[in-house]
Design a protein around this ligand. Structure first.
Ligand code: CMX
Length: 434
């Protein structure tokens, strides 16, 4: 398998590089942690490492050093499409090089050969009460398949440490291969006919989601390719990535770790912002019976702020420019749904909201983030059940976190175990330093 060969070829150099860095410079101080950070969710504390993606405050996410517009040019496209094959993205995340079309297709073929969802995982979804949240179903289906973990089985019988990453890669491919089918089934079970639709042999991983969920148009296939590309990775400190990493650091396998990551993504402060943003836009449209004037929109924004609420989809903890993931989806909307009233509202929001947020004098980044538009695009094509949006995010995010998990095992990253203090200890430290 090409992924295995490429990682194996790169590994000695990485091991030497990291080993040397730690051995010769282990005592070099990278940053300090203050009391606010300890009580403030470790915001900005530099304590993690990943070479797979990096969020630049001005440019936004870079995958393996490449910015989103560059990758939209460089990554191999699905046949007859202008949008990248997810197989090519996964190759890039794992290997760090832009793949050729053949290399991207080799990942797509790996996925096809491993894509069959075990019937018991579908039965777990079927057995749950009808009002179960789609994210709960998603997490449960992933966890159910832990039973088939290659890593867990091989670990049980005794496996060399040097082989851990190979078993993680097997699990990563086996799990990611099945995600579009599982997500589509969850959608149909919750909101449709409850049927399981098998993937088509002629479609790629992302395009097949569109087929299985029941929106087989070229436009929705393309949106799915774009969506799964954009949401895949965002450094290591976000809650889903960090939860996955923490769990996997205990040598828990990919299924345990990804189920945990999905549970983190289900939180309102993480993956739910896209539905909040869409809800807010719909409330604007309802209030004015269609598109408001810019003045009316401006006033609606102030009403939201004065009611003590945030304007969802705007602002960011790290970014200081429009999120390139927003920009890519915005361009998609301009190309394919210029006549959609809700999308026109998204366009108006871009003109009005940054100005309003700027006038507050406190918002560090008044620009839109990824969530300001993603729900609107899904809504346009008929995925109107907000609760499902985070499952789509999860399908994509698992590409990033599994690529990280494979490399964490390859480089022998240890069990995570930061130290906690008591409030009394912090008070004493502060009194000694002041
Ligand atoms: N609307 C209203 N007020 C906002 C705001 C927004 N969109 N964004 C920031 N602010 C406020 C903050 O609430 C804070 O106010 P207080 O000082 O009264 O507490 C102040 O501006 C300063 O905040 P900040 O440093 O600019 O932003 P943070 O790093 O604290 O928060 C974020 C970042 C995303 C939570 C915030 O911008 C927000 O709540 N946005 C709306 C929700 C949203 O879109 N979330 C999706 C994030 C997507 C992602 O993380 O990828």
């Amino acid at each position: 398998m090409i992924l295995k060969e490429k990682i194996a070829a790169q590994l000695p150099e990485w091991q030497e590089r990291v080993g040397k860095l730690v051995k010769e410079n282990g005592d070099v101080v990278v940053g300090e942690v203050n009391v606010s950070q300890i009580y403030g969710g470790m915001r900005g504390a530099k304590v993690l490492v990943t070479d797979i993606s990096y969020v630049d405050p001005q440019e936004g996410i870079r995958f393996r050093g490449y910015a989103i517009p560059e990758l939209l040019e460089l990554l191999p496209k699905a046949q007859g499409s202008d949008f990248p094959l997810s197989g090519g993205l996964y190759y890039l995340l794992l290997i760090g090089e832009i793949p050729t079309y053949a290399e991207a297709m080799s990942v797509e073929e790996e996925w096809k050969s491993r894509g069959e969802v075990p019937s018991y995982a579908l039965d777990v979804i079927r057995a749950m009460p009808a009002d179960t949240h789609p994210m709960t179903l998603f997490s449960q289906a992933i966890l159910a398949m832990q039973n088939d973990s290659v890593f867990a089985k091989r670990y049980q019988v005794g496996m060399q440490k040097t082989e851990y990453w190979e078993a993680m890669l097997e699990d990563a491919l086996n799990l990611t291969a099945k995600l579009p089918a599982i997500a589509a089934f969850i959608y149909r079970k919750k909101f449709g006919d409850g049927e399981f639709v098998a993937p088509r042999a002629d479609l790629d991983w992302a395009g097949n989601f569109a087929h299985m969920v029941g929106i087989p148009t070229q436009a929705y296939q393309d949106l799915t390719r774009l969506y799964f590309f954009l949401h895949s990775d965002h450094e290591s400190g976000n809650a889903s990535a960090h939860a996955t990493h923490l769990v996997a650091s205990a040598l828990s396998d990919v299924y345990y770790a990804c189920s945990a990551g999905i549970n983190a993504l289900a939180g309102p402060l993480h993956g739910l912002a896209n539905q909040m943003s869409l809800k807010w836009l719909l409330s604007v449209r309802e209030e004015f019976g269609g598109l408001p004037s810019e003045e009316q929109f401006d006033k609606y924004c102030w009403d939201t702020l004065n009611a003590g609420q945030v304007i969802p989809g705007y602002g960011h903890a790290v970014l200081r420019q429009p999120d390139p993931r927003y920009t890519a989806q915005f361009k998609f909307g301009q190309q394919f749904m210029q006549d959609d009233e809700l999308f026109q509202l998204v366009e108006m929001a871009f003109e009005v909201i940054p100005k309003v947020l700027g006038e507050t004098g406190k918002v560090k980044n008044p620009w839109p983030n990824v969530d300001a538009v993603s729900g609107t695009l899904q809504y346009h094509y008929g995925i109107r059940e907000f609760d499902f949006y985070t499952v789509l995010f999860g399908v994509s995010r698992i590409l990033g976190v599994t690529a990280n998990a494979v490399w964490a095992r390859a480089l022998g990253q240890p069990l995570e175990r930061p130290k906690s203090l008591t409030t009394r200890m912090l008070e004493e430290i502060v009194s000694q330093k002041r």
